[in-house]
Design a protein around this ligand. Structure first.
Ligand code: ZN
Length: 161
C-alpha cells in the first residue's frame, strides 16, 4: 500500500470519534509498521523485505498489545482508549497491506506471506506496477474518502477568532 495508510488512519480515528491525542494515536498506528522502512533502507539495504520484519507481523503486535492493554487497564485506565486506537491502527495497516503486500497472518505457525492479490512486475519500476494495478483504485478510494470527510468536517466547524 503506497498512499492510503495515513488516510485510513484518519478514517479509523473519525470512526472511533477520536479527537486530539486519540486521533494522533490512530494516525500514528496506521503508519507505524512502515517505520521499518528506515531499517530496510539504511541497515538491511533492501536484502530482506520489510514485511518479513516483526513490525509487519500481526502475531508480534498481538504479543505486544495484549500485555500493554492489560497493564493500562489496571494501572492507567485513562490511557487505555488511546492505546487501543493506536493498536487498531497498526492492525488496520496490516490488513490493508494484505491486499497486495503479503502479511504473515499465521506467524508463528508459519511464515507464509498471505495476500489477496499479487501485483505482477509489468514495468521496470515497482511503484509504476503498483500504481497501474487495479488494487490502487482501493487506495485512491480510501484517500478520496478521507480527504472529503476531512474537508467536510473542517468546513463544518464554526470560525474562531
Ligand atoms: Zn506496511
Amino acid at each position: 500500500m503506497l498512499i492510503a495508510h495515513l488516510p485510513s488512519g484518519y478514517l479509523l480515528g473519525r470512526g472511533a470519534n477520536a479527537g486530539g491525542r486519540a486521533m494522533v494515536a490512530a494516525l500514528l498506528g496506521s503508519v507505524a509498521p512502515d517505520f521499518d522502512l528506515l531499517w530496510f533502507h539504511l541497515v538491511d539495504h533492501g536484502r530482506v523485505h520489510h514485511h518479513d520484519y516483526y513490525s509487519h507481523i500481526p502475531g508480534f503486535w498481538l504479543l505486544v498489545a495484549l500485555p500493554v492493554l492489560a497493564l493500562l487497564r489496571w494501572f492507567a485506565p485513562s490511557r487505555l482508549r488511546i492505546a487501543a486506537i493506536f493498536f487498531a491502527g497498526i492492525f488496520l495497516h496490516l490488513a490493508l497491506d494484505t491486499l497486495v503486500g503479503g502479511i504473515m497472518w499465521r506467524w508463528p505457525l508459519d511464515d507464509h506471506l498471505y495476500s489477496l492479490a499479487v501485483v505482477p512486475a509489468r514495468y521496470g519500476n515497482w511503484v509504476v506496477s503498483f500504481i497501474l494495478h487495479w488494487s490502487f483504485l482501493t487506495e485512491i478510494a480510501i484517500t478520496l474518502l478521507a480527504v472529503w470527510l476531512f474537508w467536510r468536517d473542517r468546513r463544518g466547524r464554526p470560525a474562531t477568532g
